[in-house]
Design a protein around this ligand. Structure first.
Ligand code: ZN
Length: 671
């Protein structure tokens, strides 16, 4: 939860990173000849840059979307496979754990034979629930597996005391991923609810419950989750951190919700002593804990059993894995085929022992000079942002000084962590896939719980080096780019500056400006939630951001559904500012050099084309609908067209005239 904005939210969140599809496109290098010559750059730049790519890169059957990020992740996945299968070897006990974990996961026959054996103790505890207090303790036990059942409990930086980690009580997660699916009454949502109910029932039945009990259990799950959905703030509301901060002492919490046995609950989580806690939504907590305590015994048992199966689904015997894919892969995301076993096992191994895998990955695939060159490029973007903030005509000096101070202290992390994670204490067995996964989840839960009450560890990474990822953290005031990302087509030492600034440079600018978007600007240079804006700057900022909300709300995404300009505001602002900053940094760099055509294109044209080509993508309609509700990023077409139409520099580079679609009538701009 520390990472707040990600270049690649989709890759780590909506779909497994590793185990990408089977298409291989050969070189991932920037190629200006791939443009769609039937399209006009000034009419639809995305179509011009990506038309050919879209035709030649269909969505692989085991995916619900496809783009250059996935392509690169596919390449990285092959490297990881080599590490897991021993063709590229690491050293020591950690590496032995990695290969054992993977081998156990690959041994489907043994996993099927063992069935739910590893879950026996937990299932028994659920079966033996008699009292409300038992049910709270069992709930906590399920949460230690990583399930956000009813509530989510995790450590987080104190938003107003950024040096310290405190406990957080947040809303739980919903089986159908978004509250709208529970609350909307259109035919699609109703159909999905029926399918979800059937899915929950089948999972319960597979675990040994009678048909009748499974159906009743599924009804109870749907009912409880609907109550949770009703009590949840919307995703747009959650973007405002000031509404998510309610720090309470333990006795205040006990006073707020006296019926919940808090001390037993925290003890069962293994998170003692909890002295203060941030409750993101007191209304949600009050309502859902009350509902939980009023539920019938069977409903509570069914919900906990379901959550345990759901959370562990990927590591369960194959009948569960298939049922899980049927709902989440096929029905919810429109994926046609399940990923092959090795890819699923690679993902699980990364989840459990990611940095131990990453250590081997970095040793063989992140050349020494790459880090320095990437760092130098990030610094040049930082300089461009400094120049920009210094010269903004709408900002007063008081706010400007604060903004500049914040920019100067940004921590920049490139490649891989300085200090690797310690996996001592995690027991891995070569013939117990489910047991391994459960132990790994609980090992991670303990690691997280131990942070509570301690100073913030500023060296920690929230992404793996082998991931294709970049992110910004508002609370830590840092930006991070992984070794897995710093490769073609995003970062390519063999290419000219124009291409590198368009591809990775704009991503660097994007991450920097997240520190100043609708969410990030509420945090100061120490990562504290503090309003450092004068009222007039605040009003000017709001007015300028409204321009983006209005602009992006007009873009049609799928069917006749339009983008949610409020939900995507932060990403859209970062996209616009990121491209502008990368452009300015490129101009600074080229100032001393004579302008040269490469492949018949000016550096400016190559810059915009390289940017657009990183955003090409294909996506199933189901996933497009799902993203519309849940994804703070705009789809590729609008990340490109929405951005360039606001830039006179683009229009000059391609000779666009007023009235053409890539020339906005009222161009939006904040940074
Ligand atoms: Zn972003």
């Amino acid at each position: 939860m520390v990472r707040t904005c990600s270049l690649l939210l989709l890759v780590w969140w909506a779909t497994p990173l590793l185990g990408q599809g089977t298409t291989s496109s050969g070189s991932l290098r920037f190629d200006p000849n791939e443009v769609d010559k039937s399209a006009e750059p000034c009419a639809d730049f995305y179509q011009y840059a990506c038309g050919t790519w879209m035709k030649t890169h269909p969505i692989p059957p085991d995916r619900s979307a496809w783009d250059p990020y996935y392509e690169l992740a596919e390449k990285d996945a092959d490297i990881v496979r080599g590490i897991l299968e021993g063709r590229e070897q690491g050293q020591g006990e950690d590496y032995r754990k990695v290969t054992s974990y993977y081998a156990a996961c690959m041994d489907e026959a043994t996993a099927d034979k063992k069935g739910l054996e590893a879950l026996d103790g937990d299932l028994l505890q659920i079966a033996q629930i008699r009292t409300a207090e038992d049910s709270v303790v069992a709930l906590a036990k399920v949460q230690t597996l990583g399930a956000d059942a009813l509530l989510a409990f995790y450590p987080n930086q104190d938003l107003k005391d950024s040096e310290h980690v405190i406990a957080t009580l947040d809303q739980g997660s919903l089986g159908m991923t978004d509250r709208d699916y529970y609350l909307k009454d259109d035919p699609d949502s109703r159909k999905l609810r029926d399918e979800y109910r059937a899915h929950v029932a089948r999972m319960l039945e597979l675990s040994g419950l009678s048909r009748e009990a499974s159906l009743a259990g599924a009804d109870a799950v749907l009912q409880l989750e609907t109550t949770m959905a009703e009590a949840m703030p919307t995703r747009e509301q959650q973007r405002d951190p000031t509404t998510q901060y309610h720090k309470l002492t333990l006795s205040e919490l006990e006073h707020l919700i006296p019926s919940w046995p808090w001390r037993h609950y925290f003890a069962a989580l293994g998170a003692q002593p909890v002295t203060s806690v941030n409750v993101t939504s007191p209304e949600y907590l009050e309502k859902t804990t009350r509902v939980w305590l009023g539920l019938g015994l069977q409903a509570r048992k069914a919900y906990l059993r379901w959550h345990m199966l759901h959370t562990m689904a990927a590591a369960l015997p194959s009948s569960f894995v298939e049922e899980d894919f049927h709902f989440y892969g096929t029905l919810l995301r429109g994926t046609r085929e399940m990923q092959p076993l090795w890819k699923r096992c690679a993902r699980l191994t990364n989840d459990a022992l990611g940095e131990a895998v990453g250590k081997v990955f970095v040793a063989g695939h992140f050349p020494g000079g790459a880090k320095e060159r990437a760092l130098a490029q990030i610094r040049s973007i930082q300089t461009a942002l400094r120049d920009d903030i210094s010269s903004l005509d709408w900002m007063t000096d008081a706010t400007r000084q604060e903004a500049l101070r914040k920019l100067e202290v940004f921590r920049i992390k490139v490649g891989y962590p300085e200090r690797w994670r310690d996996y001592t204490g995690l027991r891995v067995s070569r013939d117990d896939a489910l047991g391994n996964a459960m132990r790994a989840n609980r090992f991670e839960f303990v690691r997280q719980a131990r942070k509570i009450g301690k100073p913030v560890d500023r060296d920690e990474w929230f992404s793996l080096p082998q991931d294709v990822d970049g992110y910004q953290s508002t609370a830590l005031v840092e930006i991070v780019f992984t070794a897995g990302l710093l490769q073609p087509p995003f970062f390519d030492p063999a290419m000219d500056d124009a291409v590198n600034f368009g591809a990775i440079g704009r991503a660097m600018g994007h991450e920097f400006t997240h520190g100043f978007d609708d969410h990030g600007r509420k945090f100061d240079e120490r990562g504290n939630l503090r309003d450092w804006w004068t009222p007039e700057d605040n009003a000017r900022f709001e007015e300028r951001s409204k321009c983006f909300v209005d602009e992006y709300s007009q873009f049609v995404v799928v069917d006749d559904k339009k983008l949610n300009g409020q939900l995507t505001l932060g990403e859209n602002m970062a996209d616009n500012a990121g491209l502008r900053l990368a452009y300015a940094a490129l101009r600074n760099k080229l100032r001393s050099k004579p302008e040269q055509l490469v492949d018949g294109l000016t550096p400016e044209q190559r810059f915009f084309l390289a940017f657009a080509e990183t955003q090409c993508g294909n996506v199933t309609d189901q996933t497009a609908r799902n993203r519309l509700l849940t994804d703070p990023h705009s789809p590729g077409r609008w990340r490109v067209n929405g951005t360039v139409r606001n830039m006179p520099e683009f229009q000059k580079a391609w000779g666009c005239k007023p009235g053409q679609p890539m020339v906005a009538e009222n161009a939006c701009r904040v940074w």
